[in-house]
Write a protein that binds this ligand. Structure first.
Ligand code: NZQ
Ligand code: ZN
Length: 386
């Protein structure tokens, strides 16, 4: 097991009706800015529950945060937060609203010029406004982690940052808020969660037996619950189970003691979203099987372990099992309703591979758990995703 420090201060408030707890979770004497997206929270009653819980408080709002939140929008929100003397940010929505709110929290206090310098990796985060969240879309894990992914129109970039200053103080997870999700977003959430677990599980081979079994538990739960949510979308327990899977999937616990993690799929996927506008999770469903096929030899032991423990493939040697694990993953994504080939989006893989490789190379990035996948390998991986 590798050495690790694990710290996660996010208070999780989980279950039906828990939005009412907001009144005790946010200090009474601060001005709150509620941030939200394109309006889903106004249609499904979440906005009303939040306003009710905050009645009598000084509250301002910032709506209109887009999926794949834009830097330009976040900067407007940060300016509003400063002008209004806001002391606490409450993100109400999916991963995009949560991520945007983390960036707004930093930008509102940033005193060294353009906070985009943080996204480019040049500047540290020194402070952020306190924030909390009411999550309405289980997928990203943003509700219990430090990360945010922000897109910038003027450069066409989609970049990630993370800082302990950006941990939400609390996140309210009421599975009932997810009943109004379009099935496409439910599918995205399942695939994104599955991919987060695999990125950590597909580490440079070492041994972290408990963490590996925790990862396998999340994968198995997703495989069991996915058909149920499609067949019975109104089943509360299934929604609750998926919501908790997403949070555990990327709250840092599945990285404890494992050697260097993969994340190549996400890095390539972010570029595909920036270039072609494909939903985040949908990029992962096409790229993850391709990464695993490309890296079959080095990943063979972990893929074979996944085959036996998650997919119950008992026959054959490691090579055969590893190949089957990839097929099973791909079949799972398809069964969830998410395409696994770039051609299904009408994208030319040679052109896409060249563009993605070029962008990653310009940023000096090498991918994968061994940090050695460069432009050539990225082009090969994207070609395999055809
Ligand atoms: O904007 P509104 O009107 O709220 O509608 C949203 C949006 O159109 C809708 N939605 C959310 N909750 C709903 C709902 N509609 C009906 N009922 C509800 N309860 O769903 C649409 C998509 O929302 P979005 O927040 O964009 O989706 P998701 O949660 O999948 O977030 C994706 C973003 O998170 C980033 C992705 O790159 C992408 O930008 N990620 C963040 C990570 C992190 N912070 O750790 C890690 C991830 O790997 C990922 O990169
Ligand atoms: Zn993701």
């Amino acid at each position: 097991m590798t050495n690790f420090t694990y710290f996660n201060p996010v208070k999780i408030v989980f279950g039906k009706g828990m939005i009412a707890e907001l009144k005790d979770l946010i200090p009474a004497d601060v001005k709150v800015m509620v941030t939200y997206g394109g309006g889903s929270i106004k249609k499904n009653g979440v906005y009303d529950q939040v306003r009710r819980a905050l009645s009598g408080r000084a509250v301002t709002e910032f709506g209109g945060i887009e999926p794949n939140p834009r830097y330009e929008t976040c900067m407007k929100a940060a300016a509003q937060a400063k002008a209004d003397g806001v002391g606490f940010l409450l993100a109400v929505g999916g991963g995009s609203v949560l991520d945007a709110t983390k960036f707004i929290a930093v930008a509102a206090l940033y005193g060294k010029g353009d906070p985009w310098a943080i996204m480019e990796g040049g500047q540290p985060v020194e402070a952020a406004l306190p924030l909390g969240s009411v999550l309405t879309l289980p997928a990203t894990g943003s509700e219990m982690n430090t990360f945010a992914v922000i897109s910038r129109d003027s450069t066409g970039e989609k970049l990630a940052f993370g800082s302990p200053h950006c941990y939400p103080q609390f996140s309210i997870l009421d599975p009932e808020t997810t009943f109004s999700l379009p099935m496409r977003q439910v599918e995205n959430g399942i695939v994104d969660t599955f991919a987060h677990v695999m990125e950590q599980y597909m580490s440079a081979i070492g041994s972290a037996p408990l963490t590996e079994r925790m990862a396998e538990a999340v994968l198995k739960t997703l495989v069991e619950e996915a058909p149920k949510v499609k067949a019975q979308p109104e089943d509360y327990d299934v929604r609750a189970s998926l919501m908790w899977c997403a949070t555990v999937g990327l709250n840092g616990s599945l990285g404890c003691g494992v050697a260097a993690q993969d994340w190549a799929t996400h890095m390539i996927g972010h570029e595909l979203t920036a270039l072609y506008g494909i939903d985040h999770a949908r990029t992962l469903a096409v790229i993850m099987p391709a990464v695993h096929r490309h890296e079959l030899t080095r990943k063979q032991p972990r893929l074979a372990q996944c085959a036996s423990r998650v997919w119950h493939i008992v026959k054959g040697g490691d090579a055969e099992k590893a190949a089957k694990a990839i097929e099973k993953t791909e079949a799972f994504f398809k069964s969830v309703g998410v395409p696994t080939h770039l051609s299904e989006y009408g994208i030319d893989v040679v052109e896409a591979g060249a563009k993605v490789a070029d962008r990653l190379t310009k940023r000096g990035l090498k991918l994968g758990e061994y940090g050695d996948l460069g432009a050539k390998e990225v082009r090969e991986i994207v070609a395999l995703a055809k």
